[in-house]
Design a protein around this ligand. Structure first.
Ligand SMILES: O=P(O)(O)OC[C@H]1O[C@](O)(CO)[C@@H](O)[C@@H]1O
Length: 487
């Protein structure tokens, strides 16, 4: 076992010694002024259940195992994805000045994305009948969908084009039947986004859309004006019957769930414009720098990772409930689910041994205030222990200030209510309050990068590989077998 791993295990074993005692008597709230701030993101950890000494102990573990240094290895392109023998360089995608060997290809691709987005937005790139593109369909699933979909939705009021993006991830035919009946092929551009280009849902959806084009009289070479592909697979265009489709590359060192910063973000570049996309990258890059440069006690992702470990090991708080009090962040829950659960839902350490710590916790959530009127009763007075992240933006993006005041009054009240214990309740919660000034491409970039770093740091601490997803393969294989049997 590598030395760091035995050290991590020793440190975490010390934490687990607390769990018996805290099973009966949950510790008091940290209290006081414990707000960390970086890149416009504020994280108030005063509603965590541990004392100053225990918090220091957590930071000591991170120091003992050189967590930040090992995190830096990831950003320097070391082969941290051990099972797939690859680097995990999503941070390079947002680093404008990187001197890593892969940086030039990234910059070239970003320039091509900017140029393409400009042409679509200005009406220079037109459909085969000479009409402007008015609608973009993004076909993709998992990481080729969740990140860009969430950001697109959150930034609707910044859509500076007259182009609408439609998202096709689900293979349920209902989606396409409804969508295609509303669109015209001559003004539609399809982005087929799949890193592997082997994902059955995406390939089937792309084929159905291609057939729809053919039915509308657009075929052969003409399809090139209407299809582009985002993939690491050089044969991507051929695989959907449009060999001349323009390809925007994505590299094997970008994990699908970390790929919104790459050409997977092309629909964002088109809808929001290159300037907003650059701001998105800038927010993330600044959080990247913060994650390796700030001292541990001020380090947002590091602190979130350590508290996550504390909650699951010392307090046995089995799930993370994510509660945005901001309608525009409603799809962030799904993005965070894939990020954390696909990355950390592993039982084997990188050395092949079975882990004895709770690695991937269930991530779930809902939108405040709706969630108050659906599952809060269970959070408050049920029997479960839950770690909760409440998130809001201080400034509204609308003129109904009375609504915003009401929303935030509820968010602030619930941050306290959810850690208030009743005599007639076994439930026990901890709350992080996360705030940004407003919802913008910059703040979204910073927030998303913060959660990415929290996730990969957790993978590091647990000694698991957060960059592969071997468990998903069985489902894909069985579905293929059933399809083959039925044909
Ligand atoms: O971009 P691709 O290769 O189509 O993969 C889509 C998704 O499928 C998965 O492999 C498994 O769900 C994800 O990791 C990935 O984001």
């Amino acid at each position: 076992m590598p030395e760091f791993l035995s050290k991590t295990q020793a440190g975490l074993a010390e934490i687990s010694a607390y769990s018996d005692e805290y099973e009966k008597n949950p510790p008091k709230l940290l209290g006081g002024d414990h707000t960390l701030e970086a890149c416009g993101v504020k994280v108030d950890i005063s509603r965590q259940r541990l004392n100053e000494e225990e918090l220091k102990h957590l930071y000591r573990i991170a120091e003992d195992v050189h967590l930040v240094e090992r995190h830096r290895n990831m950003m320097q392109g070391k082969q941290v994805n051990s099972s797939e023998k690859r680097a995990a360089l999503h941070t390079l995608l947002r680093d404008p000045e990187s001197s890593l060997p892969q940086a030039e290809a990234v910059r070239k691709n970003l320039d091509e994305m900017r140029k393409f987005a400009y042409e679509i937005r200005q009406g220079l790139w037109r459909g085969t009948t000479g009409q402007r593109i008015t609608d973009v369909i993004n076909v993709g699933i998992g990481g080729s969908f969740a990140g860009p979909h969430f950001v697109y939705d959150a930034c609707q009021d910044m859509n500076t084009s007259s182009i609408a993006v439609h998202w096709v991830s689900n293979v349920d035919g209902w989606v396409l039947v409804n969508l295609l009946s509303k669109l015209s092929a001559s003004t539609t551009l399809v982005i087929v986004s799949s890193k592997s280009f082997g994902t059955a849902e995406t390939l089937l959806n792309a084929e159905t859309i291609r057939n729809w084009f053919i039915q509308q009289g657009i075929e052969g070479e003409e399809l090139c004006k209407h299809f582009v592909v985002v993939s690491s697979n050089e044969k991507a265009g051929e695989k959907i019957g449009v060999p001349c489709a323009r390809r925007f590359p994505i590299w094997d060192w970008v994990g699908g769930r970390f790929s919104v910063w790459s050409a997977t973000g092309l629909p964002l570049m088109i809808a929001l414009g290159p300037t907003h996309f650059d701001e998105f990258l800038r927010g993330a890059h600044q959080m990247d720098m913060h994650s390796i440069e700030s001292e541990p006690e001020k380090n947002l992702p590091l602190t979130l990772a350590l508290l996550s470990i504390w909650n699951s090991i010392a307090l046995n708080a089995g799930t993370l409930c994510f509660l945005p009090y901001e309608h525009r962040l409603r799809h962030m829950i799904q993005w965070l689910q894939q990020l954390q659960m696909e990355s950390l839902g592993k039982s084997r350490l990188t050395n092949g041994e079975l882990t004895f710590f709770p690695t991937g916790r269930i991530v779930w959530g809902g939108l405040g205030n709706d969630a108050q009127h659906t599952f809060f009763q269970c959070l408050r007075q049920g029997v479960a222990r839950t770690a909760i992240d409440i998130l809001w933006a201080d400034r509204p993006a609308h003129s109904l200030t009375v609504h915003h005041d009401f929303l935030l009054a509820n968010a602030k009240a619930q941050a306290n209510v959810l850690v208030t214990e009743d005599d007639d309740s076994l439930a026990m919660n901890t709350v992080n309050v996360i705030r940004v000034r407003d919802i913008s491409p910059y703040s979204l970039g910073a927030l998303m990068a913060m959660y990415e770093h929290k996730t990969t740091m957790l993978g590091n601490l647990f000694g698991i590989n957060p960059f592969d997803q071997p468990g998903v393969e069985l489902g894909k294989r069985l579905a293929r077998d059933i399809m083959n049997e039925e044909q």
